[in-house]
Ligand binder design. Structure first.
Ligand SMILES: Cc1cc2nc3c(=O)[nH]c(=O)nc-3n(C[C@H](O)[C@H](O)[C@H](O)COP(=O)(O)OP(=O)(O)OC[C@H]3O[C@@H](n4cnc5c(N)ncnc54)[C@H](O)[C@@H]3O)c2cc1C
Length: 382
């Protein structure tokens, strides 16, 4: 059988899975294509959830229409895969056979509640965003655990909605990703928007059952709402015992192939097993790139792009931050244009290995230009 006629099953119908489906058809796959997704809300983009959906009850999720791809869509949770018989089994008992399988099950919000502790609020899905949005309607005060990009976006929404927000973390805002130079600037902006910060020296635990606050080393903090933004964990439990995943996620190579034949993986669930460290890069652009590469590999074709795309963006306190290049950032950048203090700057970091990271900090610049600057050795900005 030609690879173009194979039965291909994609588990996970978010951006990695949907990109893979579109790429499969675009590259000539004409065989049966099945997509299994556990979320009753279907296919939608997550980045707007924390940027727009939380701000307005009227905001809808950004959904994708795949009806032109002639997919069999199954709304169900995959619970296991048999790599000998090549069958995925779902929670409602359906057995779905495949010739090639693409794992795109992403990640779930990392939770920090103790066993049996109720009321932990997280933000990963559209349902989470709806639930959090209605809690925000009632809240005057909020605690956000985690000062990464998601925690800072939730804190920004609180500031926008006039809710007094306190962000708790071991590190300063976005410091782990963007380094101390930008972190300090973000901290100043946040403080001037009345977002408070509490630095702790160890992970906090949640207070109350249901949750009403956080326990710090020597005191407790309480608020109307507590939101955990403490990272994510790869969704691999359905792969247990297959050898496809390990404690880091699903290891992939440059072609998004896993260690099991005819099984490919893409997106937040995946980490590079050819890189020195087993770290996932759970960002949108990587999920898109890997979706395309996994699809090409499932057809036995050469991919049209690399399996990594180091473009990342966030929006904090009205400031759009676009980053192209390796992270994390260390030390001070060269200011190519504008001023960080004014909230509008184009910045360049030079890494020891010769690579560069370009950041548009509140300055409107097309991503294509940032990509070009990151690749070039000179630094023209127009
Ligand atoms: C609120 C929010 C804001 C974000 N903002 C940004 C941003 O500004 N910039 C950026 O670069 N990145 C951002 N991200 C990260 C980005 O959204 C992710 O990198 C991207 O969604 C990863 O896509 P994915 O398809 O790999 O996984 P996911 O989006 O996690 O989707 C996986 C899908 O698989 C399904 N699934 C899981 N297990 C099973 C199973 N066993 N059976 C069937 N289906 C299953 C899930 O229901 C889900 O729909 C944000 C993430 C969140 C949560």
């Amino acid at each position: 059988m030609s690879t173009f006629d194979r039965r291909i099953v994609i588990v996970g119908d978010s951006i990695a899975g949907c990109t893979a489906a579109r790429e499969l058809r675009a590259r000539g796959h004409r065989g049966p294509l099945t997509m299994i997704g556990a979320d009753a809300d279907g296919c939608y983009a997550r980045p707007p959830l924390s940027k727009h959906v939380l701000k307005s009850e009227a905001a809808e999720a950004e959904r994708w229409d795949l009806s032109d791809l002639h997919i069999t869509s199954i709304v169900d949770r995959a619970v296991s895969v048999d790599t000998d018989t090549r069958t995925v089994t779902t929670v409602s008992g359906a057995d779905v056979p495949y010739d090639a399988l693409i794992v795109a099950t992403g990640a779930a919000a990392r939770r920090i509640a103790a066993h049996g502790q109720a009321g932990e609020t997280v933000l990963r899905t559209f349902a989470d965003a709806r639930a959090l949005g209605s809690r925000l309607n009632q809240a005057r005060t909020a605690i956000i655990v985690g000062a990464g990009f998601l925690g800072m976006e939730v804190a920004s929404t609180c500031a926008f909605r006039g809710i007094e927000a306190t962000v708790v973390d071991i590190d300063a805002p976005l410091e782990r990703l963007l380094g101390s130079f930008l972190s300090e600037s973000i901290l100043l902006r946040a403080e001037s928007a009345s977002v408070n910060f509490v630095r702790v020296d160890r992970p906090v635990s949640l207070l109350g059952n249901p949750v009403v606050g956080v326990e710090l080393a020597e005191r407790t903090l309480a608020a109307d709402l507590v939101v955990t933004c403490a990272g994510d964990v790869p969704e691999t439990s359905w792969l247990d015992g297959t050898g496809i995943s390990d404690r880091y996620g699903v290891g992939i190579d440059e072609r998004c192939t896993t260690t099991v034949s005819n099984i490919f993986a893409a997106g937040d669930v995946a980490y590079s097993r050819t890189a020195p460290a087993q770290v996932r890069s759970p960002f949108w652009s990587n999920a898109v790139a890997q979706g395309k590469v996994a699809a090409a590999s499932a057809l036995g074709l050469d991919p049209t792009c690399a399996p990594t795309d180091d473009y990342f963006w966030t929006e904090i306190l009205g400031l759009a931050i676009k980053v192209v290049g390796p992270l994390p950032l260390h030390g001070d950048p060269t200011v190519l244009e504008g001023s960080v203090d004014d909230g509008s700057a184009l910045l360049q970091w030079n890494h020891d290995d010769g690579r560069k990271t370009i950041v548009a900090f509140g300055m409107k610049k097309p991503v294509g230009l940032l990509r070009r600057l990151a690749r070039e050795s000179a630094v023209p900005t127009t």
